[in-house]
Design a protein around this ligand. Structure first.
Ligand code: COA
Length: 446
C-alpha cells in the first residue's frame, strides 16, 4: 500500500468554442428580463460546441494539453477513465476514442492502459476520481498516473426551462502520487436515493422535473454532509478555505451554500455572534408542531442570508468557485471540477496563501446521489492552477447570434438531418471527421 499523498496533480479545461450570451442574445429572443438569467440563475453565457466538436474532441483536446504541459507521454498513463452523460455508444467507451485521438499525436500507444466509462449523471466525474485514487492507493498503478476526463455536451430540448443552463466542455485531471494541486482524502459522505428528477431513458435530451431536481439536490446534499460528518467529525465554517459545489447554475449553489452554512455554524461561535442580530437557530425540540418549526427555520434562514457574517463567509469561500461557471453554463460531469478550478484560480489571482488549507467538495448527480469529501491544497497548487488558460479560452469564443444558436442546436440534435457549416476554424486540435463503416465516429488532428 502506498503511503504517499494521492490526488489531483494538474488539470486542463477545454470549452466549446461558441458562446451564447444569455442577457444580450437569449433573453431578448425569449422576451424575458435578462435579470432572470444573470441574477436569478446567476449565468451570463453558455459554452457551445461548434459542428466539429463533441465529447471526444473536447476531452481529447483537454487531455493532450494536460499531457504536454506535464511533459508526459502515453507510457506514463496507466488508466483513462471518462465520465459523461452524453455518450453516443452503449458498448464502446468514449475513453477508447480519446486514446485513439491521442495516439495520432504521440509515437507511443495506450494499449497498456485500463480504460472505462462512468455514468451517474453529473456525479460520475467525482466517482472516476475515486476509482483512480483507489487504484493508486491499492498499489496497482505500477508507478503510472491516471487520466480522468469529464466531458459533456449539456444540451436541453429547445424550450425546456433547463435550456438557459446549457453548456459544453471537458475537464481533464491527472491523478498521481505527490500531487501538485490537491490531496484527496478517504473521508467521504453519501446521500443516495432512487429519484426521478432528471433522466434520459435512451434519449439525447433529458426529461427534467426542474423544480424537483433543485429539492432533490438539497436533500441529498444534506444527507451527504451528515454522513461526511459521521466520518470526519463535526464541521466548522472556518475548516474550509473554499467550498466548490456541483454548479448546474450558480443560483443552485446559492441555495445549497446557505443551508450548508446554517448546518455547520450550528453550536459554534458563529451562531453566538449571529444571535444578537437574528436570534439562535430554531431547534425541533422547542416546537410541538413540525409546521411551526419549519416556518421558524425558513424565517431564520432568510434572515441569515442577509447578515454580514454569512455574506462575508460566502464571498470568500463560495463566490470564487462560481466565476467560471457564470460564463460557461452547466458541463454536467465537469461542473464540480470547474468549480474547484475556479475557486483555486481566483484564490491564486488574489494572492491567497492556501497551501495546507482544505476544500470541502460537494458533488451531485440526478437520479440521485450527492457526495461530500475534503481535499487538502498542496504546496505547488498556485503554479499548477495558474497554468490553466481557461479565461483566455472563454474570452476567445465565437459569439453566437440567436439564429446561429438555433442552427447549431439543430446540428447537434441526433433526431435532425442538418448541413450546417462550422462558425470557427479549428487549429491544433482534434475534430470530428465523419462516420466509419460500422457507425463509429472518426476523428482527425488538424
Ligand atoms: N430578476 C431576478 N431574478 C429573477 C428574475 C428577474 N427578472 N426572474 C426570475 N428570477 C429568479 C427566480 O426568482 C428564481 O430564483 P429562486 O429560485 O431563488 O426563487 C430564479 O430566477 C429562476 O427562475 P425560475 O422561474 O424558477 O426559472 P425556471 O422555472 O425557468 O427554471 C430551473 C429554473 C432550475 C427549474 C431550470 O433552470 C431547470 O429545469 N434547470 C435544469 C435542471 C437543473 O439544473 N436542476 C438543478 C439540480 S441538478
Amino acid at each position: 500500500m502506498s503511503e504517499k499523498a494521492v490526488g489531483i496533480d494538474a488539470m486542463e479545461i477545454h470549452t466549446g468554442t461558441l458562446r451564447l450570451d444569455l442577457a444580450e442574445t437569449y433573453a431578448p429572443a425569449k422576451d424575458d428580463d435578462p435579470g432572470k438569467y444573470t441574477k436569478g440563475l446567476g449565468l451570463f453565457a453558455s459554452s457551445f460546441p461548434d459542428v466539429y466538436e463533441d465529447i471526444v474532441t473536447m476531452g481529447a483536446n483537454a487531455a493532450r494539453r494536460l499531457l504536454e504541459r506535464r511533459g508526459l507521454t502515453p507510457a506514463d498513463i496507466g488508466r483513462i477513465d471518462v465520465a459523461t452523460e452524453s455518450s453516443f455508444d452503449n458498448s464502446k467507451p468514449v475513453s477508447t476514442y480519446i486514446a485513439g485521438c491521442l495516439e495520432q499525436v504521440y509515437d507511443e500507444d495506450f494499449h497498456h492502459a485500463n480504460k472505462g466509462e462512468r455514468k451517474f449523471a453529473c456525479i460520475s466525474g467525482t466517482q472516476s476520481l475515486d476509482d483512480a485514487y483507489n487504484w493508486i492507493r491499492a498499489g496497482r498503478n505500477r508507478g503510472r498516473k491516471a487520466l480522468v476526463v469529464a466531458t459533456d455536451t449539456a444540451l436541453y430540448e429547445r424550450g425546456d426551462p433547463g435550456e438557459a443552463t446549457q453548456g459544453a466542455g471537458a475537464v481533464a485531471m491527472l491523478i498521481s502520487e505527490d500531487p501538485d494541486l490537491v490531496e484527496l482524502s478517504t473521508a467521504q459522505g453519501y446521500g443516495s436515493a432512487d429519484e426521478t428528477d432528471f433522466l434520459k431513458p435512451n434519449q439525447q435530451f433529458p426529461s427534467v422535473d426542474g423544480k424537483r431536481s433543485v429539492q432533490v439536490y438539497l436533500a441529498r446534499m444534506r444527507e451527504a454532509l451528515m454522513d461526511y460528518e459521521s466520518v470526519a467529525g463535526d464541521t466548522h465554517p472556518d475548516d474550509f478555505a473554499l467550498v466548490p459545489f456541483h454548479t448546474p447554475f450558480p443560483g443552485m449553489v446559492r441555495k445549497a451554500a446557505l443551508l450548508g452554512f446554517r448546518h455547520v455554524a450550528r453550536d459554534t461561535e458563529y451562531e453566538d455572534r449571529l444571535a444578537e442580530e437574528i436570534g439562535r437557530q430554531p431547534r425541533r425540540e422547542a416546537f410541538d408542531d413540525v409546521g411551526a418549526f419549519q416556518d421558524a427555520l425558513s424565517e431564520y434562514t432568510d434572515a441569515l442570508a442577509e447578515t454580514d457574517v454569512y455574506r462575508d463567509w460566502y464571498a470568500e469561500t463560495v463566490e470564487p468557485t462560481l466565476e467560471l461557471s457564470r460564463y460557461c453554463g452547466n458541463w454536467y460531469t465537469g461542473s464540480v471540477h470547474v468549480a474547484r478550478a475556479s475557486g483555486l484560480l481566483e484564490a491564486a489571482e488574489a494572492g491567497r496563501d492556501l497551501a495546507g488549507a482544505r476544500l470541502l467538495v460537494g458533488s451531485y448527480g440526478s437520479g440521485a446521489q450527492a457526495e461530500i469529501h475534503h481535499e487538502t491544497i498542496q504546496p505547488g497548487w498556485a503554479d499548477s492552477i495558474r497554468a490553466l488558460a481557461v479565461k483566455d479560452r472563454l474570452r476567445d469564443r465565437y459569439d453566437l447570434s440567436f439564429e446561429e444558436y438555433e442552427r447549431i442546436h439543430d446540428a447537434h440534435n441526433h433526431e435532425k438531418e442538418t448541413d450546417v457549416d462550422a462558425l470557427t476554424t479549428p487549429d491544433g486540435e482534434f475534430v470530428f471527421d465523419g462516420w466509419g463503416r460500422m457507425g463509429e465516429r472518426k476523428y482527425r488532428y488538424v
